[in-house]
Ligand binder design. Structure first.
Ligand code: SF4
Length: 210
């Protein structure tokens, strides 16, 4: 079986990709690197759950123990202002591109330094991310570090992933991870703004199609 480094954004998102990669003849090896999860206790909880998942399904896991709140805020400070409360034209925040690049480049580098020829990420299971942008960034990260990026649209296994996570009794978080996503998930004002944005986008799309 060929080993593949599987960047794990969290345990629930790792369920379906692990099963699928194994079915395709790979031996997935986990790599946890998500330094901007907020608050610190939540980061620890997701890390503990990632370890629990790895043990339950029998995969090896590497952990990057770096908690990078300050580094993350420095990286995105110029991108986050009041307009960030409303989505950008494609429906995603600019800060997410920085976050993808940070995690995927780190995964590619770890793969290169630890004799993995190929890497992937469980970010490609999420239905809440900018999939095409992540793909471009991962391909560039692979080039940067001389490894191969394995692309698969794991979103097709969305329900299967949920079922596995429930069977394994894993902790399932209800927001993406960073401090901004936590606010967007729980602030009524931001939730309303997001809903309005997507409703308006759909109406605009209908008008354009006409
Ligand atoms: S919302 Fe999620 S993907 Fe975007 S910056 Fe925050 S943690 Fe990263």
């Amino acid at each position: 079986m060929e080993k593949i480094l599987m960047h794990m954004c969290c345990a629930p998102c790792s369920c379906y990709p692990t099963e699928k990669l194994r079915a395709e003849g790979f031996e997935p090896v986990g790599y946890f690197f998500n330094p901007n999860i907020h608050p610190h206790q939540e980061w620890r909880r997701r890390l503990t759950t990632a370890r629990e998942f790895a043990e339950k399904v029998g995969i090896k896991i590497f952990v990057h123990n770096h908690y990078g709140l300050r580094q993350y805020l420095q990286k995105v400070s110029s991108l986050v202002d009041d307009s960030d409360t409303i989505q950008y034209p494609d429906g995603f925040h600019k800060r997410c591109a920085v976050c993808y690049a940070w995690r995927l480049n780190e995964a590619a580098q770890f793969a290169a330094e630890n004799n993995f020829k190929i890497f992937t990420s469980t970010l490609f299971y999420s239905r809440h991310q900018n999939h095409e942008l992540m793909k471009k960034i991962a391909e560039q990260a692979a080039k940067n570090f001389g490894v191969e990026f394995f692309y698969e649209d794991f979103r097709i296994g969305w329900q299967r992933g949920i079922d596995i996570s429930l069977e394994l009794e894993l902790y399932r978080q209800n927001y993406c991870g960073c401090i901004f996503s936590e606010e967007e998930r729980f602030s009524n004002d931001l939730r309303k703004a997001r809903k309005k944005f997507f409703t308006q986008s759909k109406q605009d799309a209908v008008v354009t199609a006409d």
